[in-house]
Design a protein around this ligand. Structure first.
Ligand code: NDP
Length: 240
């Protein structure tokens, strides 16, 4: 029987690559998204992976969305909390709204995604929680006080969940991508992007598939003893 994997923000960018990699590895995959119906429909058409729309920042919507996934595909064995946003501004210009939106989506969104599937994982004595953090959560970043706070928070979440879940066969780990060639990164001005690439010893951006392969490994049975870890995949930009 194939396991069920849920990927939030699984219809675009890194999440889409994760959804595809998990499907290729034999999982029944559900890809959540927030509002870009066109991108989600195109992804569904191309991959055959079912897409589910809800806002991860909303607990009740997450609970209802996950209940629908479980009714359609079966209990979630692997949850990948990948959905994330940026609202960058230097701290002196950062508005409370910019702070709150990022906290709600990137940090509370992880709680909202994992909390509904956790009791089932405990009952079934198997689970994989994988949270997509960021190199900027490890090292901090100019104009990203909000984002870095959430991504550092992800590491605290998995280290705590790892201790709570270990006896129940559940692992919780974080993947910290460096700069990856997705719409999020391609949206920054070209000059800024060039200066970012100049700071990466590998001399290039990462590919979404390079992150997806880390996730597929962490989801596998081979990774059972890896718990509470942070895998950095950043082309030698930072050693965290
Ligand atoms: P993209 O902007 O390309 O895709 C984001 C995905 O998340 C989309 O599917 C989007 O849905 C979904 N999403 C956003 N907000 C919500 C929400 N409130 N509820 C549900 N889904 C939501 O992002 P990336 O692929 O670049 O990033 C994916 C993750 O990787 C993020 O957590 C990001 O912080 C992290 N990361 C990215 C790096 C990079 O260089 N790209 C580097 C390090 C970490 P929709 O299509 O409907 O908008």
């Amino acid at each position: 029987m194939s396991r069920v994997a849920l990927v939030t923000g699984g219809s675009r960018g890194i999440g889409a690559a994760i959804s595809v990699a998990l499907k290729a590895a034999g999982y029944k995959v559900a890809a959540n998204y927030a509002g870009n119906d066109e991108a989600a429909a195109a992804f569904n058409k191309e991959t055959g992976i079912p897409v589910y729309k809800w806002n991860v920042a909303d607990y009740e919507a997450s609970k209802a969305g996950i209940a629908k996934v479980e009714a359609d595909l079966g209990p979630v064995d692997v949850v990948v909390a990948n959905a994330g946003i940026t609202r960058d501004a230097p701290f002196h210009k950062m508005s409370p709204e910019q702070w709150q939106q990022v906290i709600d989506t990137n940090l509370t969104g992880v709680f909202n995604t994992v909390h509904p599937v956790w009791p089932g994982m405990r009952d079934r004595k198997f689970g994989r929680v994988i949270v997509i953090s960021s190199v900027n959560g490890q090292k901090g970043q100019f104009a990203q006080v909000n984002y870095a706070a959430t991504k550092a928070g992800d590491i605290g979440i998995v280290r705590s969940l790892a201790q709570e879940g270990a006896r129940a066969g559940i692992t919780a780990n974080a993947v910290c991508p460096g700069y990856i060639a997705t719409e999020m990164v391609m949206a920054v001005p070209e000059k800024v992007r060039e200066s970012i690439i100049a700071q990466i010893p590998a001399g290039r951006l990462g590919e979404p598939e390079e992150i997806a392969r880390c996730v597929a490994f962490l989801a596998s049975d081979d990774a059972q003893f890896i718990n509470g870890s942070t895998i950095s995949a950043n082309g030698a930009q930072f050693f965290g």
